[in-house]
Design a binder for this molecule. Sequence first.
Ligand code: BES
Ligand code: MN
Ligand code: MN
Length: 462
Amino acid sequence: MQKTQQFIQDNKEKFLNELLDLLKIPSVSADPAYAGDVQKTAAFVAESLTSAGADKVQIFETKGHPIVYGEKMIDPNLPTVLVYGHYDVQPPDPVDLWDSPPFEPVIKKTDIHPEGAIFARGACDDKGQMFMHVKAFEAMHASGELACNVKFMIEGEEEVGSDNLGTFCEEQKEMLACDVVLISDTSIIANDTPSISVGLRGLSYLEIEVTGPNKDLHSGVYGGAVGNPINILSKMIASLTDENNHITIPGFYDQVVDLTVEERAAMNKAPFSLEEYKKALDIEDVHGETGYTTLERASTRPTLDVNGIWGGYTGEGAKTVLPSKAYAKISMRLVPNQTSDEITELFSKHFKSIAPASVKVEVKPHHGGEPVVIPTDTPEYKAAASAMVETFGKEPIPQRGGGSIPIVALFEHVLGVKTVMMGFGLDSDDIHSPNEHYGLFNYYKGIETIPYFYKHYADMKK
Ligand code: BES
Ligand code: MN
Ligand code: MN
């Protein structure tokens, strides 16, 4: 890997400038106003793959945003790595909370990133991390040290639930045939504490509409006599958790696989400071399910959160109104063996059952995703761990993450292969938040580590 590593050192500035150009295109998948920019980003990714040396580069249109594919098949006897990532990003809102415009990347030093970090929407999630794979491939290819066959599948709909990717994988099963899926879209514990993600939570996401009277009413003339949908919705939501922050939906925990005492002890050994955690978020105390640590609450336990709630009058000043409607968006993070469909069903049934007769309740399911847990006693996990030892000089810690990547569960079902989640972001990189950033250390460390994965994986499969 000598030549590859030298190539990376010689091209650091070029690799950075190319990423900055990618970050300038606002590929917000959730907002149709950006559809043209999403297309432009797909074209940028395709072009990058081609110039890095990939063959059969193609932009596949879907019912939503396009999927970019490219491959380099060097030897049928070598294993094939399928790189998955996403080029779409979350909306940058609220834009006024950014210190610099979200699509005009700037590099600034921070306490955690003394070498500098790139501030832009998508810098870490996932343009920066996805692009490391394109650059690592470019370096391996240019140096004649590509140790595996490689395929790229880079999508534009991860942040909106990957609705069309499942069908694509089914339809293109043969094209996508591989031995392992490699993803960088998660985090490490710290820049001096490497870790590998061995779990993701699933997701059920729903939208609720509560309707009271057929029009907004005078809150003096009717107030007290007609059900106020906002009052009622708030009460219904409040009843979904008890005094121990346990979720009260009947059957919610039925399928949850409890961790063994040993598993809990092992995961709570991961370096973590509750004091620093609270300080970084400016909170006096944490909040969660009784009987579980913060690390457990944020990764191995299921959750229910209101993501948005609205209705009535929210403009300037006061308007006395008894609103006709109230709305909420609710997400539930799921753990093995909960399934998204079942939890969505349990929620809907329960939520309708607790509604008083004075209102009508509608529950609309949005996207979902299944939880995953990844074993560590496999050649692919060991190859990733060895790769990190080469570049961090330390054995990585296996860690279950709290976020979701909806397509990962499907890779095992449809393609029949395991996934390696070798992410390089930090939880403090503010993904989905204002001032998202990605450390230069992390970007380069990722590019340097990836080639070692290929090398060790090829060695282990010999
Ligand atoms: N990359 C994240 C998921 C992630 C982040 C996993 C950090 C582990 C650590 C991904 O882009 C994401 O944000 N997923 C969404 C799900 C999607 C259906 C909107 C999520 O987790 O909210
Ligand atoms: Mn992501
Ligand atoms: Mn994301």
